[in-house]
Design a protein around this ligand. Sequence first.
Ligand code: MEV
Length: 418
Amino acid sequence: MAETNSKRFHEKDREDRIRTVKEFSGLSEDEAEILRGNDGISFGEADHMVENVIGTMAFPLGIGTNFRINGRDYLVPMVIEESSVIAAASKAAKIARKHGGFSMESDESYSIGQIQVVGVNPRTAIPKVLRASKTILKLANSKSKTLSQMKKGAKKVTCKRLETKSGPMLIVELLIDVGDAMGANVTNTMCEGVAPLIEEITGGRVILRILSNYSTRRLVRGKAVFDKEEVGGSKVVADIIHAYNFAANDPYRAVTHNKGVMNGIIAVANATGQDTRAMEAAAHAFASKGGIYTSLTTWKKDKAGNLVGSIEVPMPVGIVGGIINVHPMIRVCLKILGVKSAGELGCVIGAVGLAQNFSAIRALASEGIQKGHMRLHAKNIAISAGVPKEKVHEVAQKMIQENNVSVGRAREMLESGN
Ligand code: MEV
């Protein structure tokens, strides 16, 4: 959604923001009430989710604005504790709109399940497994009625041989179309389900039966054009490209560069109930696919001198199953997004990652990040200095004007009463 209303989203009060989101996404009053309820999850629900529960803990849920992705406008729920991330993503999305927003595409959602077999000669076992592919797939698919009914499920069996310090081993892999689910559970169930058959076929012993989180068969990729003038002119464009080439050639910088990408990706993943550890693990492995850790994004100039950013990243996400079915706030966040498939969610998440990276390297390549960051962080600083709620805004504004955002200065203002 473009910020065309008289008051911009960040200038509205909470109720007005909720009203805007409600109208845009067609939320019911009950759903709006879940947003007002702050964490959307009761102790009882939490107690069923994990072990030894003593409470629940809320994080800020904000809305990324201005996102236009594949010709559609989105309001993007983002859950993150770091100030400036949501503002930065929204600003980037606003700039990208001028040239049509983000063009994104996603692969089909294939997960990979691995079955480790020892005590075999892989050379002779591999042809036996491949010959029995049909039987293995049939058995795997009998473990999920839902996927089978949707004509999804296990599609292919592949094998690889590993030479290791504990001897040769055969790794049988199942390629599984998991549809709109993240698919970890169904993948593990299928792997465990076919393990006895694999032992029978190979005469070996199966040890591990588990999904691979290196989700190379469910990538999201896309790009956006950032107008030269809005970026800050051709020097800033050139410096952003220098910044990118730094990340592209130095793992020490690339990790930080990608952390900026993940600021956006994980914020949306948190809001939509994804397994963020799986996403992080896959993204960083993917960044090292060429043997050296490098940037998940690329940046270059087009003929007109505009900045063109692109991203490619594994996207093991789902819109059904797991916590999504049980967490009311997550269901509302998915409704706010209005995504109809895991692929569409992946496209949004990838676009936010690219937007976030743009804003970070643009700030770094021009004024530096501290100015904007501290401006947005000033309220947190005032709160941590003990400034009462009704004075936080005033103290924060003063510190920004003085260009001195610090706990010490906030305390001084508090003590001197101005
Ligand atoms: C801070 O959370 C993220 C950045 O460090 C990313 C970057 O350096 O590109 C600003």
